[in-house]
Design a protein around this ligand. Structure first.
Ligand code: NDP
Length: 397
């Protein structure tokens, strides 16, 4: 039915390509392009159906524009890095092609992410009659839709939101990140922010924690407050929210490694001169750490990511937790990737599918919670990420 261009052949690109290949009735042709074409070819060789591959530097708008003009896709799924978002959006504008990504723009030399840069494309996308769907991964992505789903079906008003991301899996490595190490470490070492009573509150990095009892046998885990990009769009789109926070689990081992690496300057993005050459310590660290896509065969255990909402229904206070549990080994059996790449890649495919089938439509730049959550929730169950809603006993402090 439609041709898709996927940009980025890392852990997430691997899953997006596999999942698009499973839905030929929507994604009738697939082109996978990345900086290192060899990685695209390796993914292509695992598939049951032929796809095209290409080499591209997506920082270069002209190259992406030329590739789009040559291949004529109906949609571009950007699963390269956040640094490429604006350049790829520019190429979509130049060619009149729809756009989907999983992470908001971040300038390479400033550890700061926010939607302002991409929201600024609103008028240009609207006038061009094309759609950009921002943050169609799990968090952001499924978490935005979970919030919209609870608001639509379980509450009259939602007042408190806690997005909770638990990776209870183990890859057996002394220290590794589950997605791009540079992006991951930039996010985790930044100050925490959360929304309370109409303003952003700031906390020192990883300084606020709680114990949360996860369902289905995962049990109690320590969670840490972080800033995460979906909070910015969710509080804008759900104005009754009095408080909105994001939490993630980390093991003591992970935090100890991170502290030591931070103390010796290895997580810094400030360039230094080493033996006459300029290097960025964090980029050098990334080169030393395991490639997240290599963790697939090693990772065991489950993830649980969900949204805990407190609000009112029929005049009564209510609490609900909507979540998905994903098993690392089951993901590896299905597509040859661990659950973090899987939980990001499946929603990226679903976002593109809903756009191509006309279920989510619009001209302009959109966040996930702006659309009807029902077709997305239905597709999540059908494509490998089933979810449940439970009523927890107590709200989070
Ligand atoms: P990886 O580092 O594994 O993959 C990134 C890929 O993009 C690599 O293949 C890389 O090429 C390619 N790439 C980088 N720069 C360019 C460029 N200039 N031109 C073309 N290709 C380029 O990252 P992940 O797969 O782990 O993450 C992909 C995206 O998904 C990131 O933006 C990340 O933030 C996001 N993400 C979102 C999540 C969510 O839930 N919303 C969760 C996890 C990740 P090369 O192989 O040559 O390095």
């Amino acid at each position: 039915m439609a041709k898709v261009l996927i940009i980025g052949a890392g852990g997430v690109g691997h899953v997006v390509t596999h999942k698009c290949a499973q839905v030929p009735e929507v994604f009738s042709e697939i082109v996978l392009a990345s900086r290192t074409e060899e990685k695209c070819k390796r993914i292509a060789a695992q598939l049951q159906r032929p796809i095209k591959t290409a080499q591209i530097d997506a920082d270069d708008v002209k190259q992406t524009t030329a590739l789009i003009e040559r291949e004529k896709p109906a949609i571009v799924i950007n699963v390269a890095l956040p640094y490429q978002d604006l350049a790829i959006m520019d190429a979509c504008l130049a060619t009149g092609v729809h756009y989907v990504d999983t992470a908001n723009y971040e300038p390479i030399d400033t550890p700061k992410f926010e939607y302002s840069w991409q929201w600024a494309y609103q008028e240009r996308f609207r006038k061009r009659g094309i759609m950009a769907l921002l943050g169609s991964g799990f968090d952001p992505g499924a978490t935005n839709v979970y919030t919209a789903y609870l608001a639509k079906h379980h509450f009259d008003t939602i007042e408190e939101l806690d997005i909770i991301d638990c990776n209870a899996g183990d890859h057996g490595q002394p220290f590794a990140t589950n997605f791009n190490p540079e992006i991951n470490i930039r996010e985790i070492t930044a100050p925490g922010h959360y929304w309370e009573n109409g303003t952003w509150q700031t906390t020192d990095p990883l300084s606020v924690s709680r114990l949360y009892d996860f369902p289905e046998g995962i049990g109690p885990k320590k969670i840490f407050l972080l800033y995460h990009e979906e909070l910015e769009s969710i509080v804008k789109n759900f104005t009754t929210l009095r408080r909105a926070r994001f939490w993630m689990t980390f093991s003591e081992n992970y935090l100890t490694h991170l502290r030591v690496l931070g103390n010796v300057g290895m997580t810094s993005i400030k360039p230094i001169i080493y033996q006459g050459q300029e290097i960025v310590p964090l980029q050098f660290l990334k080169a030393l750490l395991p490639d997240p896509s290599s963790l697939g065969p090693l990772t065991k255990g489950r993830t649980c990511i969900g949204c805990l909402v407190r609000g009112h229904k029929d005049g009564k206070e209510k609490l609900a937790f909507v979540y998905n549990i994903c098993d690392h080994e089951a993901c590896y059996r299905e597509v040859g990737a661990q659950a973090i790449s899987y939980t990001t890649g499946v929603p990226a495919m679903i976002g593109a599918m809903l756009m191509l089938t006309g279920k989510w439509q619009g001209a302009g730049v959109f966040n996930m919670e702006e659309f009807d959550p029902d077709p997305f929730m239905e597709a999540m169950t059908r494509h490998g990420l089933p979810w449940s809603v439970i009523t927890p006993i107590a709200p989070m402090a």
